[in-house]
Design a binder for this molecule. Structure first.
Ligand SMILES: Nc1ncnc2c1ncn2[C@@H]1O[C@H](COP(=O)(O)OP(=O)(O)OP(=O)(O)O)[C@@H](O)[C@H]1O
Ligand SMILES: [Mg+2]
Length: 331
C-alpha cells in the first residue's frame, strides 16, 4: 500500500501541516528544527501505533491541549489518531479504539541517523533494535515481549520488598520462564534467518569479499523448565540485588567482521554498510512473511552516507514507497 496524504494538527511544532506523498519517493526538505522528524513520527504512529521517540504528552504542541493526525492510504482507508492530554484514540473504518488494531498496522522500515551507531550502542538499545524488527515480522513476538516485560517488572518490585520469598515469586517465575524461553527461541531463529543473507547483502553494498555475522548472545535458555530452574536457583542472589539477574532482558547482539568483533575492528564505512544490509534484509523478510512492501522512512540518513551507499539505498528500495527527510537537497 501507498500513503496518499498525512495531516498534522498541533503535533510538535506543527499547528497545521499536510503532506502529499502519492509519488514513489517523497522528499521533505527543511532546516534543523523545521519539523521533519516529527512528520515521520506522525506517520509512524499511524502505521505502528506509537511513537519511536516519545510519549504522547511530549508530542502535543506546547500551549495547546490536543493533537490530531490523519493518514490516507491509496485504497481510501483513513486512519486518525487523536490525543487529548489523557487518552489516545485511533479511528479506522469508523471504529474507535485505544490502540491501533493489528489489522490496521502497516510495516515500515525506519532508518534514523542513530541506527548508524548500532554497533557502539548499549546492549539495551541493540535489543530494542532487533525486538522492533522481530515484532514487525511476528505479532506474537511483540505480545510475548510485552508480557515478559510486565512480569519482569512485577518480579523486580517484589524482589525489592523485605518479605519476598521464593514461593511469592512462583507465578512470576512461571511467566518469565514461559515467555523468556519463547523469546529466546525466536531471537535465535530470526537471527539465523538474518545471517543466511547478511554476508551476501553486505558484499553487494561494500563491494568486497568480507564475511559478516550477527551473533545473538544470551545466557538464557529455550527450555522452559531449565529457564525456571535457573530463576529459582538465582533467588538468593536476586533478593540481595533487588532485581532479576537472569533472563532474556540481558541478551545482546554483536557483529563479527571476518570472525572478529566489530567493536574493535570495523571502520565507520563497514558499520554503515552492515546497517544498510540489515535494513534491506528487514524489508525482504517482511515481504516474504507478510506479503507487504514496507514503507521506508529515511530520516536524515543521506547526509551520513557516501555516493555509493546512497545509490544502493535508492536502488534497493525502488519498488517501495520511500519518504526521505533532509536538510539539504539531494539528487
Ligand atoms: N511538544 C512540542 N511543542 C512544540 N514544539 C516542539 C515540541 N516538541 C518538539 N518541538 C520542536 O519542534 C521542532 C521540530 O522538531 P523535529 O525533530 O521534527 O525537527 P527536525 O526538522 O527533524 O530537526 P533536525 O533537522 O534537527 O533533525 C524542534 O524545534 C523542537 O524543539
Ligand atoms: Mg530530525
Amino acid at each position: 500500500m501507498i500513503i496518499n496524504t498525512v495531516k498534522l494538527i498541533n503535533f510538535r511544532n506543527h499547528s497545521s501541516y499536510s503532506l502529499d506523498c502519492q509519488k514513489n519517493v517523497t522528499l521533505i526538505l527543511g532546516s534543523n528544527g523545521w519539523g521533519k522528524t516529527s512528520i515521520l513520527e506522525a506517520i509512524y504512529i499511524l502505521t505502528r501505533g506509537k511513537s519511536f521517540r516519545a510519549t504522547d504528552k511530549d508530542i502535543i504542541k506546547r500551549g495547546t491541549d490536543f493533537y490530531r493526525i490523519e493518514l490516507e492510504y491509496n485504497n481510501g482507508e483513513l486512519i486518525i489518531a487523536t490525543f487529548d492530554g489523557k487518552n489516545k484514540t485511533f479511528t479506522a473504518l469508523d471504529k474507535k479504539t485505544r490502540r491501533l488494531p493489528t489489522k490496521q498496522k502497516y510495516p515500515v522500515i525506519l532508518f534514523l541517523p542513530s541506527d548508524l551507531n548500532l554497533v557502539d550502542h548499549s546492549p539495551g538499545r541493540r535489543r530494542d533494535y532487533f525486538d522492533h524488527i522481530y515484532s514487525q515480522l511476528d505479532a506474537s513476538y511483540s505480545t510475548s515481549l510485552s508480557r515478559y516485560n510486565k512480569a519482569l517488572k512485577q518480579r523486580n518490585e517484589l524482589l525489592k520488598t523485605e518479605s519476598v520469598t521464593l514461593d511469592s515469586l512462583f507465578s512470576w517465575n512461571l511467566l518469565l520462564a514461559q515467555y523468556g524461553a519463547e523469546l529466546h527461541t525466536k531471537r535465535k531463529s530470526y537471527t539465523a534467518e538474518i545471517n543466511q543473507r547478511l554476508t551476501s547483502t553486505y558484499r553487494s553494498i561494500a563491494q568486497n569479499q568480507d564475511e559478516v555475522e550477527l551473533i545473538y548472545s544470551s545466557d538464557a535458555s529455550s527450555s522452559e523448565s531449565s529457564y525456571l530452574r535457573t530463576l529459582e536457583q538465582n533467588f538468593p542472589r536476586d533478593s540481595i540485588l533487588g532485581h532479576t539477574s537472569f533472563g532474556v532482558h540481558r541478551d545482546d547482539y554483536q557483529f563479527l567482521f571476518n570472525h572478529q568483533s566489530a567493536d574493535n575492528s570495523a571502520s565507520r564505512g563497514e558499520t554503515r554498510s552492515v546497517i544498510l544490509a540489515l535494513k534491506f534484509i528487514e524489508a525482504d523478510l517482511i515481504y516474504e512473511k507478510l506479503g507487504l512492501k514496507p514503507i521506508i522512512l529515511l530520516d536524515d540518513v543521506f547526509s551520513e552516507l557516501d555516493e555509493t551507499r546512497r545509490r544502493c539505498l535508492i536502488e534497493n528500495f525502488k519498488n517501495h514507497q520511500v519518504i526521505i527527510t533532509s536538510v539539504e537537497s539531494i539528487e
